[in-house]
Design a protein around this ligand. Structure first.
Ligand code: UDH
Ligand code: NGS
Length: 336
């Protein structure tokens, strides 16, 4: 009887120490192995998704990654000049990724927005050729999923820019699920591709500094030239007015619609928002509209009944050209 001898106590102690160390080693090995497995799986998964995207046709389940907020393809300020005539067959060859109808989808990433570019038009083919020559490369560099719609007013009646733009909105939506609409005069060419043809949280005025207007904003509420509205923003203001026949005022009406629905105008920086306007003589049948001041004075009363919800027109012809879709439309006559 009596206490354990000292040697036995020492043995028990060392056995306990060895057991603890072994336990610790096993736990660490197990932990490291599981971490490595996670990392290994993470890499193989990522490699797989890149692979899937490149071979999208064979494995359709994979989603392409979303295009970056700022396209890496942009070049900034650009030379714009009009000394040489444009050959559209050459322009088509220079833009092989543009599909018939003037449609383009970026191939390396999923575009942030689906943009319909709407151009009000009549008898301005020379301008249209320059527009297509300059804009297709820019819109592709901006990595947009876009389509170009030229809305051609049929007949000889007084021109109606805003109604043509309403038609463009309605017709483009029959073609594709666009979420953004850029409305552009045919004679305005951006001089900096960082001025992105896409929509913003507020309706956007893109043609901020036009050379022919002295590179300055004529007045704070100006909303003419090139503008961008999301589908929601456009619907919120009931589209554009249908009854401004002739030059002037329809853009001021749109600007008032936007304000009256609690939205504001957004603009790019004046240095980026520069445009060249192609020089031209005054058009026939687009004389200044003598009623425009009176109409603008009543926008808030008329906007809920004059716009998208009262739009009526008849499509005469739709043609899918190699670089644009042209929709010839009968928009009726002004009320006498
Ligand atoms: N447009 C046509 N054909 C026409 C008239 C206008 O295609 O016969 C289109 C074209 O896209 C043009 C846009 O409508 O760019 C706007 O026409 P606008 O005459 O309001 O504007 P533009 O930029 O000329 O062509 C601005 C100067 C006109 C001043 C006349 C008033 N004093
Ligand atoms: C205003 C017009 C706008 C026009 C703007 C710029 O006076 O429609 O000039 O025109 N408003 C009225 O006439 C009420 S510009 O210099 O670009 O031809 O957009």
């Amino acid at each position: 009887m009596g206490a354990l001898p000292g040697a036995s106590l020492q043995k028990v102690f060392w056995l306990l120490v060895i057991f603890c160390v072994l336990h610790l080693v096993v736990a660490m090995v197990y932990y490291m192995a599981s971490r490595n497995l996670d990392i290994f799986q993470y890499f193989t998964k990522n490699k797989q998704s890149q692979h899937d995207w490149k071979n999208a046709s064979t494995t359709p389940a994979a989603e392409p990654h979303v295009c970056p907020e700022t396209s890496p393809l942009l070049v900034g300020p650009m030379e714009v000049e009009f000394s040489k005539p444009v050959d559209l067959e050459e322009t088509k060859k220079d833009n092989p990724a543009v599909r018939d109808g003037g449609l383009h989808t970026p191939k390396d990433c999923q575009a942030l927005q689906k943009v319909a570019v709407i151009i009000p038009f009549r008898n301005r083919y020379e301008h249209l050729k320059y527009w297509l020559y300059y804009l297709h490369p820019i819109l592709q560099r901006q990595q947009l999923d876009y389509g170009v719609y030229v809305i051609n007013q049929d007949g000889e009646e007084t021109f109606n820019r805003a109604k043509l733009l309403n038609v463009g909105f309605a017709e483009a939506l029959k073609d594709y699920d666009y979420d953004c609409f850029v409305f552009s005069d045919v004679d305005l060419i951006p001089m900096d591709d960082r001025n992105i043809y896409k929509c913003n949280s507020q309706p956007r005025h893109l043609s901020v500094s036009v050379d022919r207007l002295g590179f300055r904003l004529l007045y704070e509420d100006l909303f003419g030239g090139v503008t961008a509205l999301s589908k929601d923003q456009f619907q919120k203001i009931n589209g554009f007015p249908n009854n401004y026949w002739g030059w002037g005022g329809e853009d001021d009406d749109i600007s008032k619609r936007i304000k009256s629905k609690g939205m504001s105008l957004s603009r790019p920086d004046a240095k980026i928002g520069t445009f060249h306007m192609i020089h031209h003589k005054s058009d026939e049948k687009n004389e200044p509209n003598p009623q425009r001041f009176n109409k603008i004075a009543h926008t808030e009363e008329t906007m809920n009944s004059d716009g998208l919800n009262s739009l009526s027109y008849e499509v005469v012809k739709t043609e899918k050209k190699p670089l644009y879709t042209i929709i010839t439309v009968n928009i009726g006559l002004p009320k006498r």
